[in-house]
Design a binder for this molecule. Structure first.
Ligand code: FES
Length: 178
């Protein structure tokens, strides 16, 4: 878990790794239907565990401060920022990541609509947009344009494909409502 590559990516010193190893505890999470029990420092951000331990790279490291949304996953129906969510806060929780939404053969309505509308550009923010939209549409599939814009207002994207994204989200909502 603390290979040199992982240690350097997380910006940890050797001393910090030793401290972490002394504070490990077993935490169980269910991710995309699969249960995992991991020995981790309880303060480790969920995002690190998803990427480094479970090899799930859909959630992205953007700001690392809970501000951009690139790391969004869904816990108990709510979209959350996994970069600032410690593992101890999700012990026993069911988590859905982008990888749990659909497959190439059977994409989720959101994934299908984003492809059809050509709404992806660089793709970095896409995880945050799609996961935030999913949590929102699960509760309100027949949302208005204004409600969709409001729900997505704190997910940052520099690509300027917002119009296409909003169109795709509305289209997906119509399919999810059926
Ligand atoms: Fe988590 Fe930006 S990386 S909110």
């Amino acid at each position: 878990m603390y290979s040199n590559k992982v240690r350097k990516r997380r910006g940890l010193t050797q001393a910090a790794v030793r401290h972490t190893l002394r504070n490990m505890s077993a935490i169980t999470i269910k991710v995309n239907g699969r249960t995992h029990t991991l020995d981790v420092d309880p303060t480790t951000p969920l995002l690190y565990v998803l990427a480094d331990d479970l090899d799930l790279r859909g959630a992205k490291f953007g700001c690392g401060l809970g501000q951009c949304g690139a790391c969004t996953v869904i816990v108990k129906g709510q979209s959350i920022r996994s970069c600032i969510t410690p593992m101890e806060a999700v012990d026993g929780a069911e988590i859905t990541t982008l990888e749990g939404l659909g497959t190439i053969q059977k994409p989720h309505p959101l994934q299908k609509a984003f492809i059809e509308e050509g709404a992806a550009q660089c793709g970095f923010c896409l995880n945050g947009v799609i996961m935030t939209a999913k949590a929102f549409l699960d509760k309100k599939p027949k949302a208005t344009d204004e409600e969709i814009q409001q729900a997505l207002s704190n997910v940052l994207c520099r690509c300027f494909t917002h119009v296409r994204m909003f169109r795709a989200i509305k289209k997906a909502g119509q399919e999810m409502a059926r």
